[in-house]
Design a protein around this ligand. Structure first.
Ligand code: ADP
Ligand code: ADP
Ligand code: ZN
Length: 219
């Protein structure tokens, strides 16, 4: 069997490890990674026209309207050679977005990362991120060598503004209501892969690699 190119999306509750596993997967398969939240925060920081619109929503615990999200992501995808593959994390987040995406780029793998809400809360309340390079750490699970300092670039580590108890609860509600229906959508498309995301980061990654290897994706 010839090897398949990764045209993958990752979805799961906030804190399930989409960004973490997306980065590992993209590195292993040598394809670009597009992280929706990361992309939006960059647009906001650069104060672009779209960034000003995104600012209203990102960080408030609600989803950005589909029209705006679809425009930003499509624009980003257009800059890639889609035949060479990609990993998208955090997009799509509802069936409307998934339908839009399928018109722009056909998806051949949708990885669902499953963790209980309680674990999501534990992870997000301990999450810190580098203000310079966006590398993510966890205060107890994957702490940086020097407290408060990024091990990769020396940048300062900060908590995200939306990683508060109240906003985490709101984002989890949004996930169950809006994003979870993607399970049915991608199952019907025949591309769903459900992964238990509760184990430590390298174990979750190995599980993904093992399972997608069996599906004909080879790094
Ligand atoms: P998401 O992109 O789904 O919101 P992240 O990849 O940012 O999730 O991970 C959320 C937090 O949980 C981070 O602090 C990260 O270091 C930590 N984390 C990710 N995967 C695991 C795991 N398998 N076990 C323990 N902690 C994890
Ligand atoms: P997390 O998975 O940890 O909640 P992200 O960094 O992926 O965080 O996203 C941060 C915020 O950006 C979300 O809470 C939401 O407001 C917005 N966002 C990200 N992706 C999407 C999307 N596909 N559709 C709508 N809003 C989005
Ligand atoms: Zn850094």
């Amino acid at each position: 069997m010839s090897k398949k190119t990764l045209h993958a999306v990752l979805f799961g509750p906030p804190g399930s490890g989409k960004g973490t596993q997306g980065q590992l997967l993209a590195d292993r398969f040598d394809v670009p990674q597009i992280g929706a939240g990361e992309l939006f925060r960059a647009e906001i920081a650069e104060k672009t026209v779209q960034g000003k619109l995104l600012k209203e929503y990102v960080g408030s615990g609600v989803l950005v309207p589909d029209e705006l999200v679809n425009a930003v992501i499509t624009n980003q995808l257009k800059q890639l050679d889609l035949r060479k593959g990609f990993v998208l994390d955090g997009y799509p987040r509802n069936v409307e977005q998934a339908t839009h995406l399928n018109r722009v780029a056909k998806i051949n793998l949708a990885i669902q990362l499953k963790i209980p809400d309680k674990e999501a809360v534990r992870r997000l309340t301990g999450r810190v991120q580098c203000v310079e390079c966006e590398q993510v750490y966890h205060l107890t699970d994957t702490p940086p060598i020097k407290p408060g300092i990024c091990a990769l670039c020396g940048g300062k580590l900060k908590k995200r503004n939306d990683d508060t108890k109240e906003l985490i609860r709101k984002r989890l509600e949004t996930f169950h209501f809006m994003t979870e229906p993607l399970v049915t959508y991608y199952r019907q498309q025949g591309v769903l892969l459900t992964i238990t995301g509760e184990q430590a980061i390298p174990y979750v990654f190995e599980e993904i690699i093992k399972r997608i290897g069996k599906l004909g994706f080879k790094s």
